[in-house]
Design a protein around this ligand. Structure first.
Ligand code: G
Ligand code: G
Ligand code: MN
Ligand code: NA
Length: 253
């Protein structure tokens, strides 16, 4: 409860920040996207990880306020980058399952409009737990978002229960292989088999495939041979503040 009330204050007090982790194309080696990751700079506790405070926020309506702040801040930042003549790749924002209600498409349309951001400049990352709710209502909201021109990525893929048949029902354009399967590449046989199966499946479904948590050149080589499209991980960069991300784009990395 204490963390929750502190979070409400943080929202008003500019203690929250978005950091950006590049997604790198395996074909070109260039930055072709970024994931926005929430950071809380607490005056006493220091950096509080979203792994700690997002689950607490998800127990209350606070997650809706945080989610609204994140979307607004991402669009504000994209606008500011564009105004300064930077050519920005799509920025991916994480959505909690609780944000996925009937008002979501209208809320996103409003924030895009407010900042003059195009829908293809934002990607939405959702998790398998949302698919497991499986309701027609969820599919309907996803279809509305896609019709607006937004792309949907499935985060942490492989950690839930999605099957190939199941995935077909959802208008998802990108699969992100969870980093728990990337860690063991290329030495753990089971991780190799899982990664190979996920990439093969994604190719059959014509989905883009992003590997998360890539830390070594050996992992990169293995994922390249599999035909993975993009990589994200400490091998390239952790999530960094907006000003640092800008410099990486300038360097044309
Ligand atoms: O960046 P880090 O590894 O600490 O993130 C931990 C977890 O918090 C990840 O699962 C990530 O997806 C989640 N997360 C980070 N930023 C956001 C956000 O803005 N919204 C939501 N819902 N989750 C986030
Ligand atoms: O659940 P989600 O995939 O959104 O979580 C992303 C989290 O993974 C972020 O907290 C980010 O800081 C972390 N992360 C990103 N790249 C790496 C990596 O190469 N290694 C490790 N261990 N964590 C990473
Ligand atoms: Mn994510
Ligand atoms: Na993930």
């Amino acid at each position: 409860l204490r963390l929750e009330s502190e979070m409400r204050l943080a929202l008003g007090d500019k203690e929250l920040e978005l950091h950006y982790q590049p997604k790198v194309s395996l074909a070109s080696g260039r930055i072709v996207g970024a994931e926005a990751l929430l950071r809380w700079k607490h005056p006493m506790r220091g950096m509080v990880s979203p792994g700690v405070f997002i689950p607490v926020a998800e127990e209350t309506s606070l997650i809706l306020e945080l989610g609204t702040w994140v979307l607004d801040e991402a669009c504000r930042q994209i606008r500011s980058w564009e105004d300064r003549g930077l050519h920005m790749p799509a920025i991916a924002v994480n959505l909690s399952a609780r944000q996925f209600d009937e008002q979501l498409p209208a809320r996103i349309a409003a924030v895009l409009e407010r900042y003059g951001v195009r829908p293809d400049q934002i990607m939405l990352e959702i998790t398998e737990s949302l698919l497991m709710r499986g309701a027609d209502k969820v599919i309907d909201i996803m279809n509305q978002l896609v019709a607006m021109g937004l792309a949907l990525a499935l985060d942490d893929f492989g950690t839930g229960y999605s099957s190939l048949a199941y995935l077909k029902k959802f208008p998802i354009s990108t699969l992100k292989i969870d980093r728990s399967f990337v860690i063991g590449l290329p030495f753990e046989e089971n991780d190799c088999a899982i990664a190979r199966a996920i990439v093969t499946m994604a190719q059959q479904l014509r989905q883009e495939i992003v590997a998360e948590g890539v830390e070594t050149a050996e992992q990169m080589r293995f994922l390249r041979e599999l035909g993975c499209d993009q990589l994200q991980g400490y091998l390239f960069s952790p999530a960094v503040p907006a000003a640092e991300f800008e410099l990486m784009l300038d360097e044309g990395r």
